[in-house]
Design a protein around this ligand. Sequence first.
Ligand code: PMP
Length: 312
Amino acid sequence: MSLHSNQRVESVLDLVGNTPLIRLRSVEARAGGGEIWAKCEFENPGGSVKDRAARQIILDALSEGRLGAGKILIDSTSGNTGVAYSMLGAALAIPVHLVMPANVSLARKNITQAYGTKLIYSSEFEGSDGAIRMVREIVAADPDKYFFPDQYSNDSNPRAHYLGTGVEILEALGSRVTHFVTGIGTTGTVMGTGRRLKEFDPNIEVVAVEPDDSFHGLEGLKHLESSIVPQIWQPEGVIDRMLPMPTDEAWDAADMLVKQEGIFIGHSAGANVAGACRVAREAGPDAVVVTILPDRGDRYFQPMRWERHYLW
Ligand code: PMP
């Protein structure tokens, strides 16, 4: 259960955020000092951290009139953001269309379709880039019909974390926080949370974890050097350092957490935990390190091989 002080809520939108922080004692023991806390983003109703960004993107667009009056929300994600749009679209009676390569796993098609989302398939030979090109063509052909959120350049994405994740961490741990460590996909989580923490105390060190290679198995994360750099990535004054993470180390951390703490997390969460462990080890016994568990491991049963390199 998420920590909602008032246990009566009006809709699934109210279940987004206010996730608990869990202490990772077995990781602390490996690090040899300091405290390590992780925010359980898998507790969000769509199962991932992306519920926060999608909710803020939709609410901001509704209040500014960019969405509503039958407009269709369209995007090219088959991952966690697609699930979040589908869930919130269903709750708010907003039609959602998602463009995804035809060879996305059946599980991903089933989850989004269960909410009533319409799927449009792009070429299985062109991967996520093909899906992006296709969604741009569809929107360009009939711009008034669609709302295209583009989470990589949408300020509502980091704002969700500035208004939510960052505040919640400070409410839970206050001035004790010394480090914040998390992986980068769209970079919304690290930018929004990092900005809030830096405003509170510029001495809090913000560390961005990224895959150490362009070909990696950390779904949801981006290797910036070989990717289109998101517009919302504005590291100056927010990010203190980058931490390159090998896929194996992240997968091992995820495996360790499920076996030793009973927390079944995805591979990006493994990357975050491995990063937090390294940072705590370096920082010593006074460190209070906070990280993020973006989603649950059961979302990755039987991934298709190519999906391990699929960026969304
Ligand atoms: N982990 C997972 C599983 C994700 O789906 C994402 C989003 N792409 C991230 C981490 C990274 O979060 P952000 O987009 O906020 O950088």
